[in-house]
Design a protein around this ligand. Structure first.
Ligand code: ABC
Ligand code: CA
Length: 493
């Protein structure tokens, strides 16, 4: 994200070079081979593995130790990385929206949030992940701090220096979303708790903010960053941030317009793929798949590296996928199949695997413990299987090749989408549990006439005709993952 600023690049290149030589820092090229499990730290697991009552607006007791103790559960689904909530100290008060359990109400960037554990606990989580060959992404906010007052009466003295003065923040104003200057310089929230907007033009203040994150990266061996509210920070300051932290950054630019969002891509950074998300929600919930296929090709032409984008079906700000009207587990499975083979890094929001169905914030932030961390859950098993197939597919031409290939839609109808990526041809559908007896005639594929292909989800075979066309038979609304039989390895013996 964020690069059009050679002067800043030169200024920070030395720092970045130093950091990239450290053991854990991961580049965009490394991240695009991974898949990420998004965890709200407070809601995932407690240190003792207990199941306390969870008042949805307050701290419920999840910790970094709790996550560490449950890494088998996460790795068992096949994920390579986790993204956890912001780690810094937050306001303690109970507000009209409850407590700061989500971690986005920071008031001291130099101290950790004691609700989530100690410095040793965070180090231990990072070390344990690395010893398992997994990676750690943290959520970070440089756009604002939080205060338990409305914007007109903030007590700046409670912030640590250099944030303890009104001059460390922009003059309060509410955001006009039609004006990018206002989006960048006004306050995301002006009523209580307000979010004082960091004065990025104030060199001492902004450098202190950026360095606080660079310190976290070094101290805790952080591999990547999800940057909150990226579209609220001017691009030149995003570039400064990127260079200082020296690891892959995926920025949150909450916007459906791919032209606008693509303006935030950079050599070591990408964005959360909101434009694709809007299209995929519409298509999987009964719209025409041409919308999704058009967005895929639009993004392929707009982004330099479409494979470094972070794709998702839902997150802590959006209604859960399973909460959507008319949804069912068959659609969930289809969407998960799409996510796993589309161009980009798959990000799965905790609880998807148990069909949690909370809708708007805060209901989409349920505690995970009532699930019993059941590894027999239908979607847990489907995700694990998809990861195995992805490993098989990416191994065929070699990882470097596979993750450089983009996925390309080769045919759509109102009910089906077929897309190819390297050796795999995926067919997904939005018909859901009602199924259909009509299959999909894949009009063209990467396969050759006469090839026998096998769907690794059912072990059904088909023979390819002229121009790579073949019949992907109906499967009760389920997805299919076709591959040449000679590439199937030990699958479908
Ligand atoms: C609390 C309550 C909410 C209440 C709110 C005022 O206060 O829980 O019920 O409505 C954190 C917490 C939240 C908390 C907020 C504020 O802080 O998690 O629970 O809400 O106190 C990030 C994080 C998010 C986090 C913050 C703040 C920012 O992911 O979890 O929230 O650190 C904007 C920002 C985006 C931000 C989001 C919440 O608000 O840009 O970074 N998320 C339009 C705008 C977007 C805007 C969005 C929602 O509305 O363009 O910029 O996001 O307000 C599409 C268009 C989009 C459009 C959408 C709606 O439609 O293309 O542009 O988005 O078609
Ligand atoms: Ca700002």
């Amino acid at each position: 994200m964020f690069f059009n600023c050679p002067a800043l690049i030169a200024r920070y290149v030395a720092v970045a070079a130093a950091i990239f030589t450290s053991a854990n820092a991961k580049t965009a090229a490394e991240w695009r081979e991974m898949s990420i499990y998004q965890v709200l730290t407070d809601r995932f697991a407690t240190t003792e593995g207990l199941s306390p009552d969870c008042q949805i607006n307050n701290y419920c007791g999840g910790t970094w130790k709790g996550i560490e103790n449950k890494l088998d559960y996460i790795q068992g689904m096949g994920f390579d990385a986790i993204w956890i909530s912001p780690v810094i100290h937050n306001i303690e008060e109970s507000t009209q929206w409850g407590q700061a359990y989500h971690g986005y109400w920071g008031n001291d960037p130099f101290t950790l949030n004691p609700h989530f554990g100690t410095t040793d606990d965070l180090k231990s989580l990072s070390d344990t992940l690395h010893s398992r060959g997994m990676s750690l992404m943290i959520d970070v906010v440089v756009n604002h701090l939080a205060a338990n007052q409305a914007s007109g009466s903030v007590d700046y003295s409670v912030f640590p220096a250099p944030f303890n003065a009104a001059s460390a923040f922009h003059t309060p104003c509410g955001i006009d979303y039609d004006n990018q200057g206002s989006v960048e310089n006004c306050w995301l929230v002006t009523d209580t708790p307000s979010l004082p907007d960091v004065n990025s033009e104030n060199g001492d203040v902004y450098t202190a903010m950026v360095n606080s994150v660079a310190d976290l990266v070094k101290t805790y061996g952080i591999d990547g960053i999800r940057l909150d509210t990226a579209k609220h920070v001017p691009k030149e300051y995003l570039a400064q941030f990127q260079e200082a932290v020296g690891v892959y950054v995926t920025g949150e630019v909450l916007d459906g317009n791919p032209d606008f969002v693509a303006g935030y891509e950079g050599p070591q950074s990408s964005v959360l793929n909101y434009p694709l998300w809007y299209a995929l929600i519409e298509s999987f919930m009964g719209g025409d798949f041409s919308r999704l296929s058009t967005m895929m090709s639009t993004e392929a032409s707009l982004f330099t590296d479409v494979n470094a984008l972070a794709n998702f079906l839902d997150n802590h700000d959006q209604p859960r996928f399973a909460s959507r009207e008319g949804n069912d587990v068959v659609r969930d499975r289809n969407a998960a199949t799409f996510l796993m083979f589309a161009s980009g890094i798959p990000v799965v929001y905790y609880g998807f695997e148990h069909r949690f169905s909370g809708a708007a914030d805060p209901h989409n932030r349920e505690a995970l413990w009532p699930s019993g961390y059941n590894t027999d859950a239908e979607l847990y098993k489907h995700i694990a299987l998809l990861h195995q197939i992805r490993d098989l597919a990416s191994g065929i031409g070699g990882n470097a090749d596979y993750f450089a290939w983009g996925a390309e839609a080769v045919g759509t109808t109102s009910q089906y989408l077929a897309m190819k990526r390297g050796p795999v041809l995926v067919v997904v559908s939005n018909v859901g549990e009602q199924g259909t007896t009509d299959g999909f005639s894949v009009p063209a594929s990467q396969f050759d006439s006469g090839d026998v292909v096998v769907d690794l989800l059912t072990c059904t075979t088909a023979t390819v005709g002229d121009g790579g066309a073949f019949e992907s038979a109906a499967n009760n609304g389920e997805s299919r993952v076709w591959i040449r039989t000679q590439d199937k390895g030990s699958y479908c013996p």
